[in-house]
Design a binder for this molecule. Structure first.
Ligand SMILES: Nc1ncnc2c1ncn2[C@@H]1O[C@H](COP(=O)(O)OP(=O)(O)O)[C@@H](O)[C@H]1O
Ligand SMILES: [Mg+2]
Length: 237
């Protein structure tokens, strides 16, 4: 059955996708391509020679599904301590949507991103501890990922406590070769670079705190209407 999403309000959007609560399952979300930023727009934005690649190359949903199937096979259940589960595709009136585990706090609200959390509360002891445990996991398991962006990690709360950090976008490495083909030392170094980069991003955000608006709307949920930055500039980040 084709899910009707057009009539619903998304709870968030990223640079490429709109995220809806799954209309038939409140524990899942469904992500579709942003109609205002098509695959063709995405390809156009890339310079030469990337813009010569087929449109399917730019399809985040397709890539994410491929990556998640591979990672689940390699890492098993432990992966889902810090990554959202992926359930495959469903048809919708906005095209094929990728369904995944919706990360929510104990009070039922959709979890905020790490970016928003740090912006609002700073680098509290609790968030330091949570970041350390995500970083340890990344390094011990050598999880392949692109840069760990602060708006691609959500902070799941259990009451006043942070339960865990969950990466909801950006897993896997670009390219066709499975990461397991690389020697362990290479993978470890790569994971270390991702973790170093995560800490650099946190430092940068902390240095911007207190100086004006939340940087970019990515990571702001639409619980209470459109984030301010989006009403000002409906561009991409
Ligand atoms: N599984 C999820 N659970 C909770 N929030 C999510 C989930 N997936 C996405 N989000 C929210 O939606 C935003 C955009 O989703 P994302 O998958 O990063 O889209 P894009 O691929 O366009 O960057 C995220 O920054 C986050 O706030
Ligand atoms: Mg994202």
């Amino acid at each position: 059955m084709t899910l009707q999403l057009k009539k619903l309000k998304p709870f968030a959007q990223g640079g490429n996708r709109l995220c809806f609560v799954h209309p038939q399952n409140p524990e899942r979300c469904i992500k579709v391509r942003r109609p205002d930023f098509t695959l063709a727009d995405c390809r156009r934005k890339k310079g030469f020679p990337k813009n010569l690649r087929p449109l399917s190359y730019f399809d985040d949903n397709r890539e994410e599904f491929r990556v998640m199937v591979g990672l689940e096979r390699s890492y098993g259940e432990s992966l889902f301590q810090h990554a959202s589960r992926c359930y495959g595709f469903e048809a919708s009136d906005m095209g094929k949507g990728l369904v995944s585990e919706l990360i929510k706090d104990r009070n039922g609200r959709i979890s905020q991103t790490l970016k928003k959390y740090i912006w609002d509360y700073g680098m509290t002891g609790a968030v330091q501890e949570a970041v350390r445990s995500l970083a340890d996991f990344w390094l011990t398991e050598c999880i392949p990922s692109r840069d760990l962006l602060l708006h691609n990690i959500v902070v799941q709360m259990s009451g006043e406590q942070i339960k865990r950090l969950v990466v909801i976008d950006g897993l896997g490495s670009s390219g066709l070769v499975s990461s397991r083909m690389f020697p362990p030392l290479f993978l470890r170094r790569k994971a270390q670079r991702r973790v170093d980069n995560l800490y650099n991003r946190i430092d940068l955000l902390l240095s911007q705190r207190g100086s004006g608006d939340f940087p970019g709307f990515h990571g702001e949920l639409f619980h209470d209407g459109l984030p301010e930055a989006m009403t000002k500039a409906a561009g991409t980040e």
